[in-house]
Design a protein around this ligand. Structure first.
Ligand SMILES: NC(=O)C1=CN([C@@H]2O[C@H](COP(=O)(O)OP(=O)(O)OC[C@H]3O[C@@H](n4cnc5c(N)ncnc54)[C@H](OP(=O)(O)O)[C@@H]3O)[C@@H](O)[C@H]2O)C=CC1
Ligand SMILES: O=C(O)CCC(=O)C(=O)O
Ligand SMILES: [Mg+2]
Length: 738
């Protein structure tokens, strides 16, 4: 692959709301950047695109598409990489199955997703689908560590226009419940490799028979290798206890996990919760369910559909309804449509769901459509203390006030599939009781765990170069900001103790050992809340999971959403990956566009990423015009925020399309006003004037046709033409943009 074939900036085509927003924003970007001789091109990493790219032999020549994720995976390892990454779907099995069905209906001859593969073809199809499902994009692209923070303009806007916060009361019954024993946290062991080693993972059953779970895992010297497991027996008992406890509390039962990112372990844990909730039904109908090939891991939604298709389905459903009436009410995803927390494993994702509960004053939605306190069940105790400390802090101190709050920035260890988020290829549901060993090729046994059938065992790793880069990034951010800097590491946790063997000498060497704090996640949470309640600022230096969790938690409390975050990934080999915010792909937003032609997606994350990407192009390629374009993006973004042109939530109000008009106009104005490049100023002055002169016509055209349904001819693979028609309804604006 030659760099010459790639555009200066690669913009990713993803899914759902960001994909729709791109239909309006990309033509604007193309128009503006071409004036500065900067090329921008797209690469398709959408769920539909990845599915089609995986089955070329099934498609006609016209239907075939390239493996863009594979290409980007090599691009991000080059110094010239400059990628703007929008959020994409990390598909759970129900989402993958729905996407496959839609593509088949559109005429693509791809295979079904085989739940229980038997034939060679099915085994092959399953292998390809397994590589697509879950968080399959971010770990490939994130060849660098993460620097996420709310831009100062966003903080200033939130202080002046605070979002609504729910009230916390000291006697709230909301709580966080976690196992604390027999879980990943408590069973963890960790070692650092002194030499490069190739590892294998073996299971020896109680009769001495050895199965190789995985081998050929090459690790460079200095890699921290962790292994741990969650006891299935303890997990089941925990769920039963929590169901009983929730009933006593008189609250909602809610389960918070990340079945997308943790695509092997968390759907299994979710499945245990589904079974526990319906235990008498699973006990009574075990044989019927086995015969119907039912897996609880897909959730109530798929389970109920399968039961409805069984000959005795109506009777079983009546028994389920009777049982659910005795169970504590479930936290709801959509109470109008009866979608519970346990319907689909990817509907409730902890990094977004827990902040929503905390922001709402400890409330979730119940089946009656009313808000209620909730038992937040987070089985593994590695990170549950962060949410427990957050809940307890808010109970004691009341809700955070966005008007006076300081900020928590994050520096996250992420590169090269660091820690748990890189563990899915080495996670196993143990088939039979025995001993799992991790053995190095020099014969050293690194880890030994006694396991039972059904236990979830996993190995995770973090490499030396990313760890050193992460520590340096934290020191750089601390030097730039002067903020209190806390490494969120627990000396009593095996993995963190190994990580501290890198961190503490590096801090001493840099002469900052006395300035930097090292605190376990629970204490670090409380300390960070204290700091921001006082209006001060802090940097949370964390591992990969807390990077993900905290960059939703604090932004959602401080500025109302994580979508407005600046998210920069300095790639290890010198390139730049600019992610848009921290928020996801917001499926609710697509539903609203389809039903009433209103897209409330806020593209502020795209604007922030664009500004950074352009400035990076300026410094890395010596393109002065890119620097000027990037600075003008920031000026435009600040003005758009200050003048209140962000999308609003309700149909009839300005939406994403209006905000793109204002962005284009202010960007053109800023370019016309700058004095560093007279040619650029002269190019953009007439466009700025025309955009201003036609304001009334453009806004009216953008607002036409609201409250009517929009047909995109597909959800996962919408028609590009229809999306463009819906998202670019202003003939006047289109004529100016071209
Ligand atoms: N980086 C990535 O690629 C990520 C991808 N995801 C994927 O996104 C999907 C949904 O995940 P979920 O956990 O529900 O998280 P989302 O962040 O998509 O949804 C949570 C809520 O955040 C708000 N939100 C998010 N982005 C924006 C935006 N740009 N403008 C306005 N509001 C926004 C919306 O709340 P409201 O409308 O109430 O304001 C939304 O309903 C999943 O498929 C998940 O895998 C999730 C996180 C990151
Ligand atoms: O890759 C994913 O599934 C989500 C990533 C995410 O939530 C984040 O990085 O904030
Ligand atoms: Mg996240």
């Amino acid at each position: 692959m030659s760099d010459q074939t790639l555009p200066d900036i690669i913009y990713t085509k993803t899914d759902e709301a960001p994909q729709l927003a791109s239909a309006s924003l990309l033509p604007i970007l193309r128009k503006f950047l071409s004036a500065a001789d900067i090329s921008i091109g797209t690469k398709d990493i959408s769920l539909a695109g990845r599915i089609l790219a995986a089955f070329p032999e099934k498609l006609t020549e016209a239907q075939k598409i390239s493996d863009d994720l594979g290409l980007l995976g090599t691009v991000v390892k080059t110094a010239s990489a400059n990628v703007i990454k929008l959020p994409n779907i990390s598909a759970s099995v129900p989402q993958l199955v729905a996407a496959v069905k839609e593509l088949q209906e559109q005429g693509y001859d791809i295979p079904d997703y085989p739940e229980a593969p038997e034939s060679a073809d099915e085994i092959e199809a399953r292998k390809r689908y397994d590589a697509i499902k879950g968080s399959a994009v971010n770990p490939v692209l994130r060849e660098g560590n993460s620097d996420r923070r709310a831009p100062s303009s966003v903080k200033a806007y939130a202080k002046a226009n605070p979002h609504r916060m729910g009230k916390w009361s000291a006697d709230s019954k909301t709580r966080v419940s976690t196992m604390g024993a027999h879980d990943f946290r408590s069973n963890e062991t960790s070692v650092t490799l002194s030499d490069a080693q190739t590892l294998k993972i073996e299971l020896t059953d109680t009769n001495g028979a050895v199965t190789t779970l995985k081998d050929g895992i090459a690790m460079p010297a200095g890699t921290i290798v962790d292994a741990t497991f969650m006891s299935a027996k303890a997990l089941k008992e925990f769920f039963h206890e929590q169901i009983a406890r929730t009933l006593e509390d008189g609250t909602l039962f809610s389960l918070h996990m990340k079945a997308t990112m943790m695509k092997v372990s968390d759907p299994i844990i979710f499945g245990h919760a589904v079974v526990a909730y319906l235990q008498p039904i699973f006990d009574k109908y075990a044989d019927d369910f086995a015969g119907a090939g039912i897996s609880p891991n897909a959730g109530f939604g798929t389970l109920f559909d399968a039961i409805d298709a069984m000959p005795n389905g109506t009777a079983i459903r009546a028994e389920i309804d009777a049982l659910l009436a005795e169970r504590p009410p479930l936290y709801m995803v959509n109470s109008d449509r009866g979608i519970t927390n346990l319907h689909v494993p990817s509907d409730v994702i902890i990094d977004a769901s827990m902040p929503a509960v905390i922001r709402a004053g400890g409330k979730g939605w119940g089946p009656d459509g009313e808000e209620d306190d909730t038992n937040c069940v987070i089985p593994d105790s590695s990170y549950a203390p962060v949410y427990d400390a957050s809940v307890e802090f808010c109970k004691a101190n009341g809700a955070l006030d966005p008007v006076t709050a300081g900020t928590v920035q994050n520096v996250g260890l992420m590169a090269q599939k660091a820690e748990e988020y890189g563990s899915h290829p080495t996670t196993f549901e143990i088939p039979t009781a025995g001993t799992v060993r991790v053995i190095a090729d020099n014969g050293d046994v690194l880890h030994t765990h006694q396991v039972e059938a059904g236990d979830i065992w996993r190995m995770a790793s973090a490499r030396r170069a990313p760890i050193e880069n992460w520590i340096q990034l934290a020191l750089d951010r601390m030097a730039t900001t002067g903020y209190e800097t806390i490494f969120w590491l627990d000396r009593n946790r095996a993995h963190d103790a190994e990580l501290l063997k890198y961190v503490e000498p590096a801090l001493a060497k840099a002469g900052v050992a006395d300035k930097v704090k090292i605190m376990a996640p629970r204490d670090a949470t409380t300390r960070s809340f204290e700091v921001i309640y006082k209006g001060d600022n802090t940097i949370a230096v964390t591992g990969n999971v807390l990077r993900d969790y905290l960059t939703d938690l604090f932004p959602i409390l401080e500025v109302g959403t994580s979508a407005k975050m600046l998210s920069v990934v300095g790639l290890m080999n010198g390139g730049g990956l600019f992610e848009t915010g921290a928020g996801g792909s917001a499926p609710k937003h697509v539903e609203q566009l389809v039903q009433e032609n209103h897209l409330r997606w806020d593209s502020l994350g795209e604007f922030c990423a664009l500004g950074e990407s352009l400035r990076f192009l300026g410094t890395s390629q010596g393109k002065a015009a890119a620097q000027i374009m990037g600075d003008a993006v920031d000026t435009a973004t600040e003005k758009l925020l200050a003048e209140g042109h962000s999308p609003q939530r309700k149909v009839g109000q300005p939406d994403n399309r209006h905000s793109h008009y204002w962005f284009a106009r202010f960007w053109a104005e800023a370019l016309a006003a700058q004095t560093k490049d007279a040619t650029l100023a002269a190019t953009f002055a007439p466009l700025a004037e025309n955009l201003a002169a036609d304001e009334a016509a453009i806004l009216a055209e953008l607002s036409a046709g609201r409250s009517t349904a929009v047909d995109l001819s597909g959800y996962y693979n919408p028609s590009e033409q229809r999306a463009a028609e819906a998202m670019r309804p202003s003939a006047t604006l289109n004529a100016l943009i071209g």
